[in-house]
Design a protein around this ligand. Structure first.
Ligand code: HEM
Ligand code: HEM
Ligand code: SF4
Ligand code: SF4
Length: 381
């Protein structure tokens, strides 16, 4: 396509430059009923999975229909969201913190028309464009990351496994059968962008081999002390090698100290680590961020490795579905996955789920690993 200038002048880059204006103020986009009742809500109810009503002290009502979204979406899809909002909601809509979309209206008959319209919209492949759900004690959207779509450090994909998992647990997006909400999150590397470390179920991409070292470029592309300081287990050290008769500054890695976190590659482009067969995912469970009854918890690793099985990750999806089903059968009302496991004990969790307990699951990182071992005779056979 031929170049079309926006009016920006590359010869005078600072001329006419607008900066530090921040985001648009949210009140500009509030539906009238929200604006009128802001800060004066009396109560709310979940009418059915995906549909809420909030009632103001004034008696005003706002009905909210929550729909699933793939997070990664085209402008075409956003335009369709806008078209729906124009048709049913006077042009207003919002996105949730789990990247679902919410359409709001001020009367119940408008909800019925909106729901019928949403249900009729499908992609050519058959998937629902706007599945209604994600409320109450079910499984809402999966908080996820870039994967092979955009990042350079992933050990797995994001959009692919998320679609595979949501297909598998779709009925729980549209139902409230669980003891409490189950939050699933995915990160494609141990940087854990997002919420995997504090979710009921976390999926994280891992490597199983140390980085390769591109000696020829190490000193050219990298600030070597940064790579040394990036290693949590001090496996990286500066060194010299002879390459084509020339002595050069480079990096050496103690493979037996490396646990393949990939941090050094983040700092130094000459340390690529990804590997088709080595890479895969771990499953973590039992995290939460709310303060309800129990304090917030980190999620804990319960499956040390599952291979990347593109495009549908069948082993991963089967294990996640199984964990959710066992939790649904055994936990008490209001118990989050982590609350349930801590009540019954981790050995019982492994027994009930049939997950294999391997030595990989025993913490061995620094002093605090000790506090994850068991200093008591209390356990179940
Ligand atoms: C009121 C004082 C300051 C303000 C408001 C300010 C603001 C900012 C902002 C907005 C950024 C960009 C962050 C981003 O990329 O998202 C930034 C980056 C940075 N600032 Fe400041 N800054 C201040 C003072 C300083 C001072 C005193 C130093 C160092 C002596 C400093 C060093 C840096 C550095 C190293 C970066 C990162 C640049 C990079 O990412 O390449 N800043 N600062
Ligand atoms: C021999 C001296 C130095 C070398 C070889 C060096 C090298 C580098 C390299 C390789 C980077 C990374 C660039 C990138 O990520 O694209 C960097 C970033 C940077 N350096 Fe230096 N540096 C030197 C001295 C300094 C000094 C003296 C200062 C400040 C007083 C400084 C401030 C910074 C800052 C602010 C950044 C950007 C960090 C960021 O991305 O947030 N550097 N330098
Ligand atoms: S989790 Fe890692 S690989 Fe994924 S987007 Fe974040 S930094 Fe990139
Ligand atoms: S991958 Fe991680 S553990 Fe291994 S050398 Fe690099 S920073 Fe250290």
């Amino acid at each position: 396509m031929a170049f079309i200038s926006s009016g920006y002048n590359p010869a005078k880059p600072m001329e006419g430059r607008i900066t530090d204006i921040g985001p648009r103020e949210f009140t500009e986009f509030l539906p009238p009923v929200i604006k009128a009742n802001k800060g004066k809500w009396a109560y709310h109810e979940i009418l059915e999975p995906g549909v809420l009503v909030h009632v103001g002290e004034s008696g005003d009502k706002v009905f909210t229909v929550r729909v699933g979204a793939a997070r990664l979406m085209s402008v075409t899809h956003i335009r369709e969201i806008c078209e729906i909002a124009d048709k049913h909601c006077d042009g207003y809509l919002r996105f949730t913190t789990r990247n679902n979309v919410e359409f709001m209206t001020d009367s119940e008959d408008k909800v019925a028309a909106l729901k019928a319209d949403l249900a009729a919209r499908k992609f050519d492949g058959g998937s629902s464009k706007f599945p209604v759900g994600g409320t109450g004690a079910g499984v809402s959207n999966i908080v996820h990351t870039q994967g092979w779509v955009h990042c350079h450090t992933p050990a797995t994909d994001a959009s692919g496994p998320v679609k595979a998992v949501m297909d598998t647990v779709f009925s729980d997006f549209q139902n409230h059968r669980l003891p409490a909400p189950v939050r699933i999150s995915l990160a494609c590397c141990l940087n854990m962008c997002g919420a995997v470390h504090c979710s009921d179920i976390g999926i994280v991409g891992i490597h199983r081999k140390p980085p390769m070292i591109d000696h020829e470029w190490t000193d050219q592309l990298c600030e070597i002390p940064l790579a040394v300081a990036s290693c949590p287990t001090a496996a990286v050290r500066p060194s010299k090698v002879e390459l084509e008769g020339k002595k050069i500054n480079t990096i050496a890695i103690k493979n037996e100290r490396c646990m393949y976190c990939g941090n050094c590659y983040t700092m130094c482009p000459a340390l690529p680590i990804s590997d088709g067969e080595g890479d895969g995912v771990v499953i973590m469970v039992g995290g939460k961020v709310s303060n309800r009854i129990s304090q917030p918890k980190f999620s804990k690793v319960v499956v040390a490795y599952i291979p990347n099985e593109t495009p549908r990750w069948p082993t991963l999806t089967e294990k996640i579905k199984h964990i959710i089903d066992i939790y649904a059968d055994h936990a008490m009302k209001y118990e989050r996955l982590g609350d349930w496991i801590e009540r019954i004990g981790w050995e019982k969790f492994f027994e009930l789920t049939g997950l294999e307990f391997t030595q990989h699951l025993i913490d061995d990182f620094r002093d605090h690993a000790y506090y994850t071992w068991r200093q008591t005779t209390q356990f179940k056979f």
